[in-house]
Design a protein around this ligand. Structure first.
Ligand code: M6R
Length: 628
């Protein structure tokens, strides 16, 4: 939700471009390009430089390209520090005026913001009484004017920022530059992301490391309620009372190329093709020389994990569907009850949680506010929290007791694909680890399941290679206005994820149902030609699941449905009931989601592409939802 970038350099020491004094703007725009997935309602930059009495700025509604065109038409001056913002609108529509930065103090101070300032109305009244006139409808402009008032009192931007932060409620990352101090950017962080990039003769700020990874991989993770000041040669961190504080250094383990399209038409297409690596890399280094599973960064005592009597998975969107897959696997392997709950529902329903509850928080970004709030609530109740997260340096792992990082690499497309496969993989690792620790499985059983898991990367690759038939089918279905998805057992969350992909990418009404639920109501939706995807379990699995789903296919076909079936190679029993069939390699039943979801991702992407829609940045969405 909003991308933020900040830069401070000397303007001369860095051989970064044709003219080093152009580097602040270059860095800001390149950072915004990489952060645009966080929000794309408008974009803006502000620059300060020696001898310039005011901050220079440009801002434009719409995608970043509009801002770039605006700057090309009206060039900005050379500078030594810059801030940049890409917006997902909350207060005030996506107009030029509401775009960030917001200026104050006679245009000498410029401010950008991610989050929501909840007490902005009272503050606005107080500032209006002081004679301030507001130009925009945003909460951010209130923060800018408040900062200007504090700056006039303190004469120092960091002190003023701390005083401002103490008066704000809600969530915020604020960055500011002032014409009086043209080599400095000051930031404040409260429940909203901000990381520091450490360069030589220059330093960076970003909502996440994608903002600066092409310039440096050395980074500093900030804590909550901290003020950070960057200059070309120094980074200073304090708390909101001005007391010195420290960030945690880390090195980014992927390079800028990982965040490029790499020859694909879209980030989503590239990320679908990254999936075999996402699975394989998430499994890397998880076993010791004797084949026992080990978990990195595990700070929860083994005796505590042995005594756990309930697991609650909290997550949102796609990550929650990964949680549903986790439930089936962990309950089966470990015999521990697992609940899965949307984080925003968990937080506000007074859940029953105690010291013997293990809460597993799943998040690609590690910044989803609903999930973060649920993590805090669970810990307040005494539960241990284990985070499954993709983004290093993000908030959720920092506030959890343990972390299991997925190694999917940066996911830029707003619709999650490779992070989903990596989350499911991590959940399997966790399940097997707990089964090993608690003695639910013999070591050789765990080792065999782990080997089967390792083999899934190759099988995911096979599904991707069969993608053209899925694409062709999708192209023929542009007129569809409603699509249903059915699955049972682990196929049910796959069906829900397939429906979510189609909704968010192709703007088609889609719903995923448990196939057994069909006859309890949803079957009334079926009429002539209604497309229905069905995820068919392995015919080699137990519990007659396969034959039950085949019966469900017959029931909907008898009522006119067009059946689009995902089935395992060699499943001859289902062939005769499928109008279209998308084959996936044979795999153990519990692991099948890693394969079955891939055709659904490709289908949604291809259908959206055929309709001329932007698959990387669907309307109304943002990659990282950092407001509640
Ligand atoms: O970063 P997170 O995994 O916490 O994000 C959770 C959801 O917002 C996310 O999965 C969302 O549903 C995606 N747009 C799905 O494609």
């Amino acid at each position: 939700m909003c991308g933020i970038v900040g830069y401070a350099g000397t303007g001369t020491a860095v051989a970064g471009g044709p003219d080093a004094s152009e580097r602040p703007l270059e860095v800001a725009l390149a950072g915004l390009k990489r952060l645009e997935y966080r929000g794309y309602d408008s974009a803006g930059v502000a620059l300060v430089g020696p001898g310039r009495p005011e901050a220079a700025f440009a801002k434009k509604s719409g995608k970043l390209d509009n801002l770039v065109a605006e700057i090309a038409a009206h060039p900005l001056p050379a500078a030594t520090a810059a801030i940049g913002h890409t917006r997902w609108a909350t207060h005030g529509g996506p107009t030029d005026t509401n775009a960030h930065p917001h200026l104050a103090d006679g245009d000498r101070l410029a401010v950008i913001h991610n989050g929501i300032i909840e007490n902005y109305s009272e503050l606005r009244d107080s500032l209006t009484t002081d004679g301030v006139t507001f130009l925009s409808d945003t909460d951010t402009e209130v923060a800018a004017q408040l900062l200007a008032r504090e700056y006039r009192a303190a004469g120092d931007l960091a002190t003023a920022m701390a005083a401002t932060a103490r008066q704000l409620t809600g969530t915020f990352t604020l960055l500011a530059v002032h014409a009086d101090d043209p080599q400095t950017v000051v930031g404040a962080r409260h429940d909203s992301p901000l990381v520091v990039g450490l360069g030589a003769g220059e330093n960076f700020l970003g909502s996440d490391v994608a903002a600066f990874v092409e310039h440096t991989k050395e980074a500093l993770e900030l804590g909550q309620d901290q003020i950070v000041t960057i200059t070309p040669d120094a980074v200073t961190v304090t708390d909101f009372d001005g007391a010195p504080a420290e960030g945690k250094r880390f090195t980014v383990d992927w390079d800028a190329a990982a965040a490029e399209k790499g020859g694909f038409d879209s980030f989503m297409d590239k990320e679908i093709h990254d999936q075999p690596h996402a699975v394989a890399d998430t499994l890397l280094g998880r076993t010791d020389s004797s084949g026992r599973i080990i978990l990195d960064d595990l700070r929860i005592d083994e005796s505590v994990l042995r005594s756990v009597n309930k697991i609650i998975v909290i997550a949102c969107g796609t990550a929650a569907y990964a949680g549903h897959v986790a439930k089936y696997a962990i309950e089966h392997w470990c015999r521990i009850p697992v609940e899965v709950e949307l984080a925003h529902e968990f937080r506000y329903r007074d859940p029953i949680v105690d010291e013997r509850t293990l809460v597993v928080a799943i998040s690609q970004s590690g910044e989803t506010m609903d999930t973060l709030m649920a993590v805090r609530h669970a810990r307040e109740q005494g539960a241990k929290v284990l985070a499954i997260v993709n983004t290093n340096g993000s908030t959720i792992p920092r506030e959890s007791d343990a972390v299991l990082y997925t190694h999917a690499g940066p996911e830029i497309a707003v619709a999650s694909t490779k992070a989903f496969l990596a989350q499911i993989t991590a959940a399997y690792i966790l399940g097997l680890y707990l089964a090993q620790l608690r003695g639910n499985k013999f070591p050789d059983e765990v080792a065999q399941l782990f080997d089967e898991l390792r083999d899934m990367s190759r099988k995911v690759q096979t599904v991707i290679e069969r993608g053209e038939y899925v694409r062709a089918t999708a192209r023929s279905m542009q007129a569809a206005d409603k699509v249903l998805f059915l699955g049972r057992h682990v196929g049910y969350p796959v069906a829900m994820e397939g429906a979510l992909k189609l909704k968010e990418l192709a703007y088609i009404h889609a719903e995923g149902f448990a196939a057994g639920e069909l006859k309890h109501g949803p079957i009334a939706l079926i009429d002539e030609g209604q497309p229905v995807f069905v995820v068919v379990p392995s015919p080699r699995g137990r519990d007659q699941l396969h034959s039950k789903v085949v019966s469900n296919i017959q029931e909907i076909r008898a009522r006119g449905a067009r059946t689009l079936v995902i089935a395992e190679d060699g499943d001859d029993a289902v062939r005769q009931y499928a109008d279209e069939i998308f084959w996936i390699p044979q795999a153990p039943s519990l692991l099948q989601p890693l394969l079955a979801v891939v055709p659904l991702q490709i289908f949604a992407m291809a259908l959206a592409g055929a309709k001329g829609l932007d698959v990387d940045q669907p309307r109304n969405l943002a990659k990282s939802v950092t407001v509640e």
